[in-house]
Ligand binder design. Structure first.
Ligand SMILES: Nc1ncnc2c1ncn2[C@@H]1O[C@H](COP(=O)(O)OP(=O)(O)O)[C@@H](O)[C@H]1O
Ligand SMILES: [Mg+2]
Length: 359
């Protein structure tokens, strides 16, 4: 699937500002971003449920920009399952097929096959009111499967489920993707869902793509501060950093809110100047309790969140800078305790005033 400079306006308000994107055949692509960034709008434009104001949408070798939804060979699954309450599960799944002229035997064959994949064979005669949330969502997915579309579109399909069921359905969706070998585009505001499901993540903000990449590319090598802060939980720590020296070894920054600790990192220094204020980022899991090249800092532990496999220290520096530090298999963290730790230069990210990554 290809989007070429796709834009969307509602009256005079523009909400999608020119999106260029390629999604490969059989890829699982996830649109992620904060509420209101345009994920659903973009997905609905692909589905044909929203008019595209400008640009082109291609599926395979067909331009579909202005085709009706039924002519695009896509199937969409919504957060609100949108099942017909007066129809049985079987009828909900077969309705669109027979309404479009498919013969009854073929429709039944497809419904049975989809029901088997989704483990809902036993519920085919029930009405939606007699199903749990997870079962209803399976029926909604089944209704998409029976149409055998080229592309599946999912808009936050798991948001209405409780936490445990969400994890379970996530796993089922991964299996489904492998089994069907279909192209899937999935919208979520949940970065954990994005990380676990996606072959390719598309991070959106305010109607623009911030970065496209595999989950680990976005985690290990974010292009900007927005992506760095959005991917990863708890999120990356950001602290002000002043450029104090530029040399062969790279840039040396001073961290005024962390006792003026210093750190030198090999990066492209062309656009940097002495005394410039930039931002240093470090993920909670990346602090080191062994001496290493980097900034040695002193903190006080305010609060400990012990999760068993990892503990998070919510800590504060003398001048009030707050950091979150994750420690694996930790049994020693104590609230109120003073401690020293290192921000390893190797693990530190630097961002300029516009939030662009300094690599
Ligand atoms: N029918 C509409 N008319 C006007 N503005 C809309 C309409 N639908 C969505 N928007 C606006 O478009 C932006 C993107 O919305 P949406 O795609 O639903 O975001 P997301 O799914 O990422 O939460 C929001 O600012 C929203 O207010
Ligand atoms: Mg939405």
């Amino acid at each position: 699937m290809r989007l070429n400079n796709v834009k969307k306006r509602y009256g005079t308000q523009q909400v999608i500002h020119g999106v260029d994107l390629t999604i490969e055949d059989q890829e699982f692509a996830v649109f992620v971003g904060p509420s209101g960034c345009g994920k659903s709008t973009l997905l609905r434009m692909i589905a044909g449920l929203e008019e595209t104001s400008e640009g082109e949408i291609w599926i395979g070798d067909r331009e579909v920009t202005h085709l009706a939804p039924v002519d695009r060979n896509v199937a969409m699954v919504f957060q609100s399952y949108a099942l017909y309450p007066h129809m049985t599960v079987e009828q909900n799944m077969s309705f669109a097929l027979t309404a479009n002229g498919m013969d009854k035997a073929e429709a039944t064959r497809r419904v049975d096959a989809a029901a088997k994949i989704l483990h809902i064979e036993d519920y085919l005669a029930r009405k939606p009111a007699a199903l749990s949330g997870g079962q209803r969502q399976r029926v909604a997915i089944g209704r998409a499967i029976v149409r055998d579309p080229e592309v599946f579109l999912f808009d936050e399909p798991l948001s209405n489920l409780d936490a445990e069921l969400r994890v379970h359905m996530r796993f089922e969706l991964e299996r489904l993707h492998k089994r069907l070998d279909a192209t899937m585009v999935y919208v979520t505001h949940d970065q954990v869902e994005a990380m676990t499901l996606a072959d390719k993540i598309v991070v959106l903000q305010s109607g623009l793509i911030e970065q496209v990449g595999t989950p680990l590319e976005l985690f290990d090598d974010p292009d900007n501060q927005f992506v760095a802060g959005f991917i990863g939980a708890p999120k990356m720590n950001f602290v002000p950093a002043t450029v104090s020296e530029i040399s062969e070894a790279g840039v040396t920054v001073t961290l005024p809110s962390l006792g003026s600790a210093q750190l030198t990192k090999k990066v492209e220094t062309k656009a940097l100047s002495k005394d410039q204020t930039i931002t240093l980022g470090v993920r909670p899991e990346h602090f080191s309790f062994e001496s290493c090249p980097g900034a040695q800092i002193k903190l006080q532990c305010e609060l400990v969140e012990q999760l068993g496999d990892i503990a998070y220290r919510y800590a504060e520096s003398e001048s009030g800078e707050r950091l979150i530090i994750g420690l694996r298999d930790d049994r020693t963290s104590k609230e109120g305790e003073n401690f020293e730790t290192f921000i390893p230069a190797e693990r530190a990210f630097l961002f300029d005033e516009q939030g662009g990554r300094i690599r």
